[in-house]
Design a protein around this ligand. Structure first.
Ligand code: NDP
Ligand code: 8X3
Length: 261
């Protein structure tokens, strides 16, 4: 496979596994995130293991200027992007609406919603240009969540941000139709990554408890699904795809193992 892939949030979790999946398939990959050392380490790892080109780009998706600058400065060979995976995102806190922290709300909206918009707005012209020169159509994968389909207690603004990702994905699909750009929204349920550690601000006990009593999804599972959506024939577009662990029905209902309690 020879597609140029741009993955946001590649320093951990889903993004890292997605970058590896495409690298293993022989694709050049642009990996992005804020943690420079992790980006450099992943670049080395993927280059050595799969003999593919990897370009690390360090920026904060919340920072509009940084996003546009980084993408504007892409070297020529890295500009004809085929696949954009808008994955960078987070939950900050899990609190009742009236007790939640305003800064957490700002962070989630700025990252999950505005960050995704900025990156998309900067990358889409490159996809359109590529189509004009080679006839190759772009594909955008937006990382939503089952939290963007159904709200849960104390999920308030995280859920709202993922509902926004769902709405943005639907409207992108309509507005980009004339360019032949496919848009797929992936909506995962519980997956064990650094997500809960970030959400609970480093509280390992709280983070670990989220995944107790059932087998959560892994980052590798999500990478498989993302990859699958992008290797279908040109005329096929998976518009959205929700997946959960087999022991999870939705954001609320789990069938947990007997924990001996
Ligand atoms: P991780 O915490 O493991 O990874 C999150 C990634 O996002 C990191 O690479 C991080 O990089 C990046 N990121 C976060 N904030 C920013 C920012 N401001 N600028 C640039 N990059 C940023 O979480 P997951 O892999 O689990 O999450 C990935 C996506 O999947 C998120 O959008 C999340 O909402 C969604 N999701 C997760 C689920 C889960 O259960 N894990 C389920 C459903 C959806 P860095 O810190 O280096 O900037
Ligand atoms: C992450 C899944 O259910 O913790 O998007 O919100 S959940």
């Amino acid at each position: 496979m020879n597609k140029l892939v741009f993955v946001t949030g590649a320093t951990a979790g889903f993004g890292k596994a997605i970058a590896e999946k495409y690298a293993a398939a022989g694709c050049p990959v642009i990996i992005t995130g804020r943690r420079k050392e992790r980006l450099q380490q992943l670049q080395q790892e993927l280059q050595q293991k799969y003999n593919v080109k990897v370009l690390p780009l360090e920026f904060d998706v919340q920072n509009r200027k940084e996003v546009f600058q980084a993408i504007k400065n892409l070297p020529a060979e890295w500009r004809p992007i085929d696949i954009l995976v808008n994955n960078a995102g987070l939950a900050a806190g899990r609190d009742y609406f009236d007790e939640a922290d305003l800064d957490d709300w700002d962070t989630m909206i700025d990252t999950n919603v505005k960050g995704l918009l900025y990156v998309s707005k900067a990358v889409i012209p490159l996809m359109i240009k590529k189509d004009a020169s080679s006839g190759s159509k772009g594909h955008i994968i937006n990382m939503g969540s089952i939290a963007g389909k159904e709200v849960y207690e104390k999920g308030n603004v995280y859920c709202a941000s993922k509902f926004a990702v769902d709405a943005i994905s639907q409207s992108m699909r309509i507005d980009l139709l004339r360019h032949g750009i496919k848009v797929t929204a992936i909506h995962p349920g519980a997956a064990e990554t650094e997500f809960s550690l970030v959400r609970f601000k480093g509280d390992t006990a709280k983070a670990t408890a989220i995944y107790e009593g059932y087998k959560p999804l892994t980052a590798g599972d999500i990478a498989e699904v993302v990859f699958f959506c992008t290797v279908l024939p040109e005329h096929v577009c998976i518009n959205e795809l929700a997946l959960t662990p087999s022991q999870q029905a939705n954001t609320i209902y789990f069938h947990k193992d007997n924990l001996g309690q």
